[in-house]
Ligand binder design. Structure first.
Ligand code: 13P
Length: 249
């Protein structure tokens, strides 16, 4: 039995004050929801305010990226112990926007996931194909390469969460159909079973991301291998994200 995770990735939106306000409203709206882990990942500058606003609620806070070293001469970077010290419990790694615009590779994903898990945080590690890769029939090959290249050492950790985010569905309003999502999630679980072991593969939560909205989350969650959502735009508004958290109705 895998507990669903609903995670909001706020990307480069919201000041510390705005983050605190949204999280206070969200905490009220999701109070009493059982059996769903709720996570919000604001920008680094809002993490402290977010942790404070979430205090005592069921909402966990996470970062959107990290460095793989625990400290060092890496101007502009943020280390996992610093993120943990703020009271964060999650960190996203390998988002397609990091891969596309900031040179993230499967090799850096592997090192970052290791750093996150070593500090006792949960890691939401992202994989997903581009439109060109899907149209070229390479979706499953890309997913296998990303899972084996970035995640194979970490698949037995109970704190690893995988997010399948088809790049063509991110911010486009084009959600993968529930059947497309299920096919990719089942494939990822199969790769995990071969790369690690079947028990670990059965236990790992696999989230879907890409234009998740209140009106499509229930159909996605009805798929057997979809264990939650990684939500961009629709997580910026507390009422809309609360509806996604309450996908059971
Ligand atoms: P949207 O929900 O805005 O499509 O973003 C998805 C995403 O990238 C979450 O990490």
């Amino acid at each position: 039995m895998r507990t669903p995770v609903m995670a909001g990735n706020w990307k480069m939106y919201k000041t510390a004050r705005q983050a605190g306000e949204t999280i206070r409203v969200l905490a009220g709206l999701v109070a009493g929801v059982d059996g769903v882990e709720v996570v919000i990942c604001p920008p680094f500058t809002a993490l402290a305010a977010a942790v404070e606003a979430a205090g005592g609620s069921g909402v966990a806070i996470g970062a959107q990226d990290c460095h793989w070293e625990n400290e060092g001469a890496f101007t502009g970077e943020v280390a996992v112990p610093m993120i943990a010290d703020l009271g964060c419990r999650y960190c996203i790694v390998g988002h397609s926007e990091r891969r596309q615009f900031f040179g993230e590779t499967d090799a850096t994903v592997d090192k970052k996931v290791a750093a996150v898990l070593a500090q006792g945080l949960h890691c939401i590690a992202c994989v997903g194909e581009t439109l060109a890769e899907r149209e070229a029939g390479q979706t499953l090959a890309v997913l296998e390469r990303q899972v084996r290249g970035g995640l194979s050492r970490h698949l037995t950790s109970p704190r690893l969460v995988i997010a399948y985010e088809p790049v063509w569905a991110i911010g486009t309003g084009k959600t993968a159909t529930p059947a497309q999502a299920q096919k990719a999630h089942a494939f990822i679980r199969g790769v995990a079973a071969r790369a690690a072991d079947p028990a670990a593969a059965q236990a790992v939560r696999i989230l879907y991301g890409g234009s998740v909205k209140p009106d499509n989350i229930a159909a996605l969650m009805a798929q057997p291998d979809v264990d939650g959502g990684l939500v961009g735009g629709a997580s910026l508004d507390a009422a809309s994200f609360a509806k996604i958290v309450r996908f059971r109705g």
